[in-house]
Design a protein around this ligand. Structure first.
Ligand code: L34
Length: 295
């Protein structure tokens, strides 16, 4: 079988064009959408992601500022910054890139953010609203996964979706989104994690498999059934001496083997990554509309 490649860059480009149009309309009404991105420390992957977010804002016409604090920043400093951004009307959205250095309690920082500027959807109020089916800001990676499925013609409605991974950023919220009784969702969802005993037995039942385990090539061909649709959320850096950088990006799926069995599969890079950034743009526009009474 030759699998359909679910091209994140292409789907992202069409959503970004729609979002840019929204930005033009907002600007015509005197609203200039703004996003504050907080980066603490020097995690090289985070630096790339944050840079990509800034570039996307520029491309779409969203005002953005990245505030970079040193790796030694204290929790109090980060909380103080978040408090300041909460009260700064230039910014409709705030994002604190994760992970944070270990001296800083992530939960405290996320709780400190104003829920109506929380364009990542990580504040407990937004997590709760998502779970009860009243989403305000859907977390960007899970929302991107849903758009990839729907826009590639692989709607999750009525399907058995198996999610590998139970993180607060991906596994839990993607399950919450896809189980809702709504168009583009309405799936039967199973979550597997490190405590799951018979994982292969479960993943083989998946009509749609979402790999968010955080481990390179974790999903092997024998773990999926023929005709499965696979979304690979993994972005692992694996050593590769043939590259100038010394590494390459690998997903959580053994792509070359699994693509021979799958009906459709998303690549890494060029899959979920660009979609995460795109949904952030969409959430920022939504925040700007909400703040100005236009939504
Ligand atoms: N607060 N922290 C917060 N919000 C998020 O939504 C994230 N995430 C995850 C990590 N921490 C976060 C991201 O931004 C993962 N993530 C992310 C964002 C962008 C890309 C990957 C992950 C991305 O641009 N990926 C490109 C390749 C980039 C590269 O060359 O390294 C891709 O094509 O997959």
């Amino acid at each position: 079988m030759t699998a359909q490649i679910i091209d994140g860059n292409q789907i992202a480009a069409s959503i970004r064009a729609e979002t840019a149009e929204e930005v033009r309309k907002l600007k015509a009404r005197g609203v200039n959408p703004g996003l504050a991105v907080v980066l603490v420390g020097d995690n090289p992957a985070s630096q790339v992601y944050v840079r990509n977010k800034g570039k996307a804002c520029e491309e779409i016409g969203i005002f953005s500022e990245t505030i970079h604090l040193p790796a030694t920043a204290s929790e109090a400093e980060v909380l103080e910054l978040v408090g300041r951004l909460n009260n700064d009307p230039k910014f409709h959205g705030i994002l604190v890139q994760l992970p944070l250095p270990k001296q800083i309690d992530e939960t405290k920082v996320l709780f400190a953010m104003s829920p109506d500027k929380d364009v990542d959807g990580f504040h407990p109020v937004n997590v709760g609203k998502l779970l009860i089916g009243e989403p305000v800001f859907m977390p960007c990676t899970p929302a991107g996964v849903q758009q990839m499925l729907v826009r590639s013609g692989n709607s999750p409605e009525g399907k058995h979706v198996v999610v590998c991974g139970r993180s607060n950023i991906v596994g839990k919220p993607v399950a919450a989104i896809l189980m809702q009784k709504r168009p583009g969702a309405n799936a039967t969802v199973t979550i597997c994690h490190t405590g799951t005993r018979n994982m292969t037995e479960i993943t083989r039942q998946a009509d749609i498999l979402i790999a968010a385990a955080g481990s390179p090539a974790f999903i092997k061909a024998d773990m999926v059934k023929a005709g499965v649709v696979v979304i690979d959320v993994g972005v692992n850096r694996v050593d590769d001496p043939t590259r100038k950088s010394g590494f390459r990006l690998a997903g959580d799926v053994d792509f070359d083997a699994v693509k021979e069995k799958a009906a459709a599969i998303s690549p890494v890079p060029g899959g979920v990554g660009p979609m995460t950034i795109t949904m952030l743009m969409a959430n920022t526009v939504k925040a700007a509309k909400m703040h100005s009474g236009l939504a």
